[in-house]
Design a protein around this ligand. Structure first.
Ligand SMILES: *Cc1c(COP(=O)(O)O)cnc(C)c1O
Length: 295
């Protein structure tokens, strides 16, 4: 499953940024999308090495990670269970999880906070069960994401990524440091108060001055949008043929253009934006997108 990988580097014909490339991790797989593929790779290896046959993980009702885990489990012939935060709901993402055979257990927000406790309560005597943290956050995930630098040229001035837990960003920084590159890593947190990511990343990798956090592009917080963001998403789709999702990568590309406009990044320098996938997130915003298209 993880032997072959299709993620080309695509040049974007951008009027402002003359040297902008997109690393198309979104093309790796529609369901084990982008960074989720890289994050699961070594977790699945460890599960196999430990003889575990049942993946147990955690996420919100619109989590890309849940679909990725469900899909990966089915392809590997493993069982999968997810603890889903909040009241029982139905949506496109959870439908896919169920089609892949994942069992869903809805838990209230307070119980959800204690993930290890939930795991122990439900799977204590089950030696097949393998714990995977929310979003796949782990040292294995960092290792998987660090490998992305093997697939990039060495002369990149700025590498940009969107961040939720910061695990992917930690991996990219690890890759940059391992190779001794002078590439700057620009991280765009999609949550409010994204400064906490520096601490999160420091759990995995020495946080160097090569790391820049751009905390002003959350658009109100996780999975929050504005008409301005959605209009920008629409423009990217029709101008460059590049679909982005409102939760992660639309915020990323908005930030890149905005920083260039303000002169915070040199427009001629070599920029690579990581398209980390997650396009199923568009399905969670159908109504809002419809409004933008008809207004
Ligand atoms: C999950 C996800 C992220 C966030 O990755 P982290 O490692 O949690 O920071 C970014 N982009 C997309 C498309 C995602 O699905």
């Amino acid at each position: 499953m993880f032997d072959q990988l299709y993620s080309p580097l695509q040049k974007i014909d951008h009027p402002l940024l003359t040297n902008l490339y997109v690393k198309r991790d979104d093309l790796i797989d529609p369901y084990i999308s982008g960074n989720k593929w890289r994050k699961l790779k070594y977790l699945l290896e460890r599960a196999a090495a430990e003889g575990k046959t049942h993946l147990v993980t955690f996420g919100g009702a619109f989590s890309n990670h849940l679909v990725a885990t469900a899909s990966a489990a089915a392809r590997k012939g493993l069982q999968a269970t997810a603890f889903v935060r909040g009241e029982a709901v139905q949506n496109e993402m959870l439908l896919l999880c169920r089609l892949y055979g994942m069992r869903l257990i809805f838990v209230d927000r307070e119980s959800y906070r204690h993930k290890r406790q939930l795991f122990e309560q439900h799977f204590d005597s089950n030696s097949d069960a393998f714990f995977i943290d929310e979003g796949g956050a782990s040292a294995e995930a960092v290792k998987g994401c660090a490998e992305l630098l093997d697939e990039l040229p060495k002369d990149i001035d700025h590498l940009f990524c969107a961040a939720g837990t910061g695990t992917t960003a930690a991996g990219l920084l690890q890759g940059i440091l391992d190779k001794g590159l002078s590439t700057k890593l620009h991280v765009v947190p999609v949550l409010k108060g994204g400064d906490f990511l520096k601490q999160e990343m420091a759990n995995y990798v020495p946080v160097e001055k090569q790391l820049l956090l751009h905390t002003g592009y959350h658009f109100g917080g996780y999975a929050k949008t504005t008409p301005e963001l959605l209009t920008s998403l629409q423009r990217f789709a029709r101008t460059y043929g590049l679909l982005t999702d409102p939760v992660y990568t639309a915020k990323l590309f908005y930030a890149i253009e905005d920083l260039a406009r303000k002169g915070d990044i040199d427009k001629k320098e070599k920029i690579v934006a990581l398209h980390s996938g997650g396009l199923l997130g568009l399905l969670g915003m159908k109504d809002k997108l419809q409004q933008i298209l008809t207004s």
